[in-house]
Design a protein around this ligand. Structure first.
Ligand code: GLN
Length: 534
């Protein structure tokens, strides 16, 4: 078992998650059993309660944890499952310690950052190794070196390196080379300083990965190496690339995987097998057609808020050699006056998940447009719930139908809380979360898409289709094609007579993979590609 720690320097948003996932993929492609975990220095127990503007998407694991979106990259790149143990926050660490302290388990000792917090961090660094026999565990440390809140993590990693030795613990530091437009030169000083910062904390990076917009000359590598104490061949250039799927080819060209394996005394085992990956990138770059899909949501200014959806569309399009042009449509901008103009020409409409009132009217308008104009439609979670509301309002004529999340006194609560959700006080971690089985009804669109009687998809919501109205909705033409059998909950709805109209209570986007696109997104993009807009 080897541990690779990835730290970041100079600035945040360097693409550490993509880098970590790419490195993981390279090692996996050489036959190693690899997993990745993320440690976040913030005090929230998990990102579940964070606003998407703060944090981007919340990724939901199979076992129902609300986690950092980098876990999405890990799952998509390596086609692996992560779990609640793959994302640790300072909030979680302290929660454990404080609970232990209250139980008196520290036996009268003063509880301190060192050793108690660092011990708990170390326990979690190595926890995954007790569950599965991985060869390599890659740990991405969130934040930027030099942040006060990162210090206990760096200290804990230093201790692990001391305890297990340099053959089992390796540090990769990802940094930025700053390019100055005015003088047209690449500057290495901020990188030198960020390495110094690490060294001051007792950590010597073994590998330095330099994000750069221009290729770095040989002398510059030598200079960086000299000033940072990193061997020249371990100063790796990570040139900006247009697609996140190309990063691993860049790293491979720089022999990052070889440098790391040699340093850990692990055999190279020949060449990494990236053929499937290369086929995907090749198709993605040579599209035979373009399809315009409108993504209607209320956080569209921040594309990261819909990361997994965007990725799932890329996977689906790429494999079909179709370029998916995503049109980001702010649901709060759609009005009865402009909806027609804004939506015209789209070949598919995806209404995104979400919470709360803002933009709801716009979502309903977009759904109505898709339903009445025969535009392929995919509604996810809140998008599905609003499809049911739209149907109730405009097909059944219940103009005040709504979800009780937004209108608690609606006369037609077609979407409502489950009884077990009613008395919950805590917001964090209390939704219907994680994978649930869904039984698919034969002869439906869902059946055609999944071609299986039983599927598992991941959930993150409190509200459900109200079964009290189900038969009336079905009689009017709404088809319930997927059900959670144990509780008889509606999981998938579709429309009879429409070329492609499907709403899902779950989040299919969390299960799409670069090498295995998700069937629902595949079918949606296919239908959109076939659709000629009015
Ligand atoms: N707000 C809705 C609910 O809680 C939908 C959630 C979502 O779209 N993820 O049920």
């Amino acid at each position: 078992m080897r541990y690779i720690f990835i730290t970041g320097g100079v600035v945040s948003s360097l693409g550490k998650g993509i880098f970590a996932a790419s490195l993981g993929k390279l090692l996996q492609a050489r036959g190693y059993r690899v997993t990745l975990q993320k440690f976040d220095p913030y005090l929230n127990v998990d990102p579940g309660t964070l606003n998407p503007y703060e944090h981007g998407e919340v990724f939901v694991t199979h076992d129902g944890a609300e986690t950092d979106m980098d876990l999405g990259h890990y799952e998509r790149f390596l086609n692996i499952l992560t779990s609640r143990d793959h994302n640790v926050t300072t909030g979680k660490i302290y929660q454990t310690i404080i609970e232990r302290e209250r139980r008196g388990e520290y036996l009268g000792k003063t509880v301190q950052v060192i050793p108690h917090v660092t011990d708990e961090i170390k326990r979690r660094f190595t926890l995954l190794s007790q569950k599965e026999p991985y060869d390599v565990i890659i740990t991405e440390l969130g934040g930027t070196v030099g942040d006060i809140e990162s210090l206990p993590y760096i200290e804990a990693a230093r201790q692990l390196h001391y305890e297990l030795g340099p053959l089992r613990v390796l540090f990769v530091h990802l940094t930025l080379l700053v390019y100055l437009e005015a003088t047209q030169e690449t500057k290495t000083k901020p990188t030198q300083h960020s390495v110094k910062e690490l060294q001051q904390a007792g950590v010597q990076p073994d590998v330095l990965v330099c994000r750069t917009s221009r290729p770095i000359p040989k002398e510059m590598r030598a200079k960086i190496a000299l000033h940072t104490n990193v061997p020249k061949n371990a100063v790796i250039q990570a040139l900006d690339v247009p697609l996140i799927y190309q990063v691993l080819f860049q790293l491979r060209k720089e022999k990052l995987d070889e440098v790391i394996l040699r340093r850990l005394r692990l055999p190279l085992r020949g060449e990494p097998d990236l053929s499937q990956w290369a086929t995907f990138v090749e198709r993605l770059q040579n599209p035979q057609a373009t399809v315009r899909i409108g993504l209607v949501g209320k956080y569209v200014e921040l594309h990261d808020a819909y990361k997994s959806i965007h990725e799932a569309l890329m996977h689906a399009g790429g494999w079909q050699s179709v370029r998916v042009e995503v049109e980001w449509i702010h649901s709060a901008d759609l009005t009865p006056e402009n909806a027609e103009r804004r939506l015209l020409g789209l070949q598919g409409i995806l209404v995104a998940p979400g919470f709360g009132e803002r933009g709801i009217a716009g979502k309903i308008l977009a759904i109505q447009y898709a339903r009445t104009r025969g535009v392929p439609f995919l509604g996810i979670c809140l998008g599905m719930q609003m499809a049911v509301v739209e149907f109730a309002r405009h097909v059944l004529g219940w103009t005040e139908a709504h979800t009780t999340e937004i209108d608690p006194s609606t006369p037609y609560p077609v979407i409502d809380l489950m009884p077990e959700q009613r008395h919950l006080r805590d917001k964090g971690g209390t939704m219907r979360l994680g994978a649930y089985p869904c039984e698919i009804r034969k002869g439906t669109l869902a059946w055609k898409v999944y071609q299986a009687p039983l599927i598992y998809e991941r959930h993150r919501h409190r509200y459900e289709v109200n079964n009290q109205y189900r038969s009336t909705l079905e009689e009017a033409g709404l088809v319930v094609s997927g059900r959670y059998p144990e509780k008889d909950l509606v999981e998938i709805v579709e429309l009879r007579g429409h070329p492609f109209f499907i709403g899902v209570q779950f989040h299919p986007e969390f299960q799409s993979r670069v090498e295995v696109p998700h069937p629902l997104f595949k079918a949606f993009v296919e239908a959109a590609a076939r659709h000629t807009p009015d």
